[in-house]
Design a binder for this molecule. Structure first.
Ligand code: FPP
Length: 249
């Protein structure tokens, strides 16, 4: 039997992270287990993303940043790359209407100008359709690399110093944040409270290295296409049990 105190803790309201970042890993292995080509896993992964976004919104999450394509992913076979690049086009037609109904606001981060035209345009259409929405922000990281992001920020800061728009003494952490891709998010929501990685890999793989300095990390063996509302709740429940001190006591 539980003691009253323990019972009370189990029923305690969840401390829902405001910003969750997800490394959606394991699509290829999920497909392989079903004797299917890897792209079958990416397609299933896109469906999972839709369900998880709605579930996150219903739980009160405010920002969901998802690692959809890294700057390193270009080295995959050309067919797989072009399949992934076509997903936003399909996503716009099949899934964005429901997200829009749910007041989800779609945004993107990364070196998105280098994406194929159709990919970029599908995301831009989604951004513009949903830009006035006030619900959860679904933030796609596409052609994203964390070190590249910091490198670009340093170049922009150096240029602003040269142009006398900024003096070196004024470069604070907050100022640096304004030069990162995540400056597309409201100030208080730029850093993920929780980073989830699926498929059992225990790395951050160049995902939001600056922004995740104080994030709680959560790793699960579940392959991304199998990740569901129950798995999201388990991650949030684990987050709730942790005590974030930000270096204090
Ligand atoms: C990593 O799994 C997954 C990706 C590189 C692609 C993720 C993309 C989606 C889930 C779809 C996103 C939706 C849109 C609209 C862009 P992996 O292929 O590395 O899996 P493996 O480690 O098992 O090989």
């Amino acid at each position: 039997m539980f003691s009253f105190k323990k019972k009370e803790k189990l029923n305690a309201p969840l401390n829902v992270p405001k910003h969750i970042a997800v490394i959606m890993d394991g699509n290829g292995r999920w497909a392989k287990k079903r004797m299917q080509p890897r792209v079958f896993g990416h397609k299933a992964g896109m469906e999972t993303l839709q369900r998880v976004t709605i579930a996150a919104k219903e739980m009160g999450v405010q920002v969901l940043t998802v690692y959809a394509f890294s700057t390193e992913n270009w080295s995959r076979p050309e067919k797989e790359v072009s399949f992934i690049m076509n997903l936003p086009v399909e996503f716009y037609d099949r899934y964005v209407p429901e997200l829009h109904k749910n007041k989800v606001k779609i945004q993107m981060i990364g070196d998105t100008a280098k994406l194929p035209k159709a990919t970029f345009e599908a995301l831009e259409k989604a951004e513009s359709l949903t830009k006035l929405n006030t619900g959860l922000i679904l933030n796609f990281a596409l052609n994203y690399g964390g070190r590249y992001e910091i490198n670009q920020a340093v170049k922009l800061i150096a240029q602003d110093v040269l142009d006398a728009k900024l003096s070196p003494g004024d470069i604070t952490e907050e100022v640096i944040g304004n030069y990162l891709y995540t400056s597309n998010l409201p100030k208080m929501l730029r850093d993920p409270d929780l980073v989830i990685r699926t498929s059992g890999e225990l790395r951050l793989s160049n995902f939001l290295p600056w922004q995740s300095a104080y994030s709680e990390l959560y790793f699960t063996d579940i392959l991304w296409p199998d990740f569901d509302e129950k798995a999201l709740k388990a991650a949030i429940a684990e987050y709730s049990r942790r005590n974030r001190r930000f270096g204090g006591v």
